[in-house]
Design a protein around this ligand. Structure first.
Ligand SMILES: [Zn+2]
Length: 128
């Protein structure tokens, strides 16, 4: 099995996953906080204190609904990270769930929680 991931590779991916998980959890706390505060207009919340990546997309357009959809996305990603960590423990990490080929390393490095190879991901995207 030439594409088998080495234990040290798995360690690296596990570390990336844990880092990402910690970062997302921090973000979520912050965003949930913001969303809740925005739901209470009388509070003394400071609106300029939004997470950085939200400032990037323009604080002008950002509203509570947008924040909530971001929270949903991040919760979804956290779920996928959790599953990926489970696959590392189960020894199935790095395999495409669809075609069972090994997922290319650059893809795993960019998206350590992905469970599909680029080919299947594209196919699923075009199927909708
Ligand atoms: Zn695949």
């Amino acid at each position: 099995m030439p594409h088998e991931l080495k234990p040290e590779d798995l360690g690296t991916y596990r570390e990336s996953l844990l880092n990402l998980q910690a970062r997302l959890r921090g973000d979520l706390d912050q965003m949930t906080d913001e969303a809740l505060r925005r739901g209470q207009p009388d509070s003394s919340g400071n609106l300029s204190n939004v997470p950085l990546h939200m400032a990037d997309v323009g604080t002008e357009n950002y509203d509570q609904e947008f924040t909530l959809s971001l929270i949903e996305n991040e919760q979804d990603t956290l779920g996928q990270i959790h599953e990926a960590l489970g696959r590392i423990d189960a020894g199935t990490y790095g395999k495409c769930e669809e075609c069972e080929e090994m997922i290319a390393k650059p893809r795993l490095q960019a998206l350590p929680y992905t469970k599909h190879c680029i080919k299947c991901a594209r196919e699923m995207e075009s199927r909708g």
